[in-house]
Design a binder for this molecule. Structure first.
Ligand SMILES: [Cu+2]
Length: 172
């Protein structure tokens, strides 16, 4: 009796494993469908960081989210090719009321190896990406704040925020 039930289990296991293998073999020539990159990580928001002369900007500079919404933010650094040491951009979302000048000073002190993101100001940072060199894309996934309002975001590469690379996340 015991032997019979083991045989049944083995037979069932064989059938169970054979089926997906047969299906996989049948569908092998078809290319695997590409999942939308944003599907797993929230709603995709794309920003471009660009430089025109001495002016820096994000496009768009205003983005909107629902309270608590999961956002997958993708930042692309555009512009003429330059070494990353000379030109790179990031996205740093801050708590409302953060003193931007003081924050930028701390970012500068943190330096390039830290992506100009000051660890000691963690409490003021709601989301951030690393630096993207020209032509590169960086991403981050975060939950929008629950409290409706306007949240500033800046590029902390030295001089960029002062040159206009800043924007607003509107939570409503
Ligand atoms: Cu920048």
């Amino acid at each position: 009796m015991k032997r019979v039930s083991i045989c049944l289990v083995l037979a069932a296991a064989a059938l169970w494993t054979a089926r997906p293998m047969a299906q996989a073999a049948a569908s092998a020539p078809k290319p695997a469908p590409k999942a939308a990159p944003a599907a797993a990580g929230g709603r995709l928001l794309e920003l471009t960081a660009a430089q025109t002369g001495a002016k820096f900007s994000y496009n768009p500079s205003t983005i909107t989210a629902k309270p608590g919404e999961t956002i997958h933010l993708r930042l692309k650094a555009a512009g003429p090719p330059m070494p990353k040491m000379a030109m790179a951009h990031n996205f740093v979302l801050l708590k409302p009321g953060t003193k931007i000048d003081a924050f930028e000073n701390d970012a500068l002190a943190a330096g390039m190896p830290a992506n100009f993101i000051p660890a000691k100001r963690k409490a003021d940072i709601l989301a951030s990406t690393p630096l993207a060199g020209i032509g590169d894309t960086v991403e981050t996934t975060f939950k929008a704040p629950l409290k409706p309002g306007s949240y500033p975001f800046v590029c902390t590469f030295p001089g960029h925020e002062a040159g206009g690379m800043k924007g607003t996340l509107v939570v409503k």
